[in-house]
Design a protein. Sequence first.
Length: 482
Amino acid sequence: MTTPSARIRENLDHPLIDGDSHIIEYTPVLMDYIRESGGEDAVTDFRSNMRGGNMGPGWYQMNWDERRDNRSIRAPWWALPTKNTLDRCTAMLPKLYHSRMDDFGLDYAVLYPSTGLAFHSVINDEYRQLACHAYNEYAAAAYAEFADRMTVAAVIPLHTPEEGIRELEHAHSLGLKVAMIPSFVRRPVPRVAREYPELANQVFWLDNLSIDSEHDYDPFWAKCIELGFPVAAHSGGMGFHDRSSISNYMHNHMGHFAAAGEVLAKGLLMGGVTYRFPELRVALLEGRAINGTRLYGDIVGRWNKRNPAGLENLNPANIDLEQAQELFKQYGDDLTLAKLEQLPSALGVGGHDIPTDVRNDFDAMGVVKAEDIRDRFIPNFYFGCESDDPLACTAFNRKANPFGEQVRAIMSFDLGHWDVLDMGHAAAEAYEQLEHELITEEDFRNFAFSFSVQLYAGTNSEFFAGTRIEGEVGAELAGPGS
């Protein structure tokens, strides 16, 4: 039976790329790779490390007093579909997935982990590196046969740039070609770790791999470009202060991917990484298009008011104290006039000055005009949004977005997880925004094809070589009229 998505694909003159779906790892086989990498003890120790942390399964063994006392965050539960057995097994079996892609209306899919999503965030150095190494061996072996229509992202740890480079080179040797990195690294606050070591894993700061980072990650970004790896972040923000309910998973879930992705995107942008490495392509996945649209508008709006010249409008030294005193005398009430001698301090006159070398928050970006922000943001950042995202259209609104741009939203189905109840309907859901006249045919082409090509082939023109859509991608990269 032809699915709604297959019927949509039949009427399009361009391929459909799923920029972010998920495999469900068959853990008995994955554990074999863990065992091969670290021995029998590694399997036991690995499982123990993966259960650690405030979001682990311990929540379900606690009573309510213990949950409140520990502020144990409600972890995800029933996170995978079950009623549709065919779809559930499809996400676990590469051969079955490959055989059904026409049913999904898909020409190509970039696949991300499920169990492996957290591997690069394991605190223990040994098991973090072991887990990522073993996962990449597993993924490369399981999916290599089906490279004409799919590829699996490599899991890259980044507690240090050196470990990231090592695993990136390993992934490259396996034929993997997308680097899934953490959006941030949780690091202990030095003073707390020094004076209260038992709290080191509970009191932390988020290293965004750029601004104020503990390490210089430029060698890692350079290696990504050298090896042709686009970078994707799929970290979660559950556990952030505003997403730490001890009782409600959905409360913690809403917006958490967007919040985590924003940590990385703001760091790379304002830390000047996309200025120093303009070829770098970064995907922030499952955050929905509106998050990218808001971030783009936010940074341009703030530059317009707080660029170096604009800051002079805020400098307290500009205040005409004599005029201010006259206005207060003329319009102030009795209580105000009784304290008129405090007016200079209330206005900030004569207060501490801000050194000139720390005034420009945009300095690392190399920005001299607002259009430079566009050039550091638009070609570098790609925002994954799922087929049922009702606000994907905001990314394509040239009338609203600064400089008439379209934020690079990419169609991302999240196949394999709980929000997709029928894999054969996802593309049809995405197409509804065109049917409802919220976007144009050109917009949908960008969403479903062109922007994913820019992301995944932007640093590696051979990314789609040997795939089903090699010809269409080649024409897209060559540009109109070629």
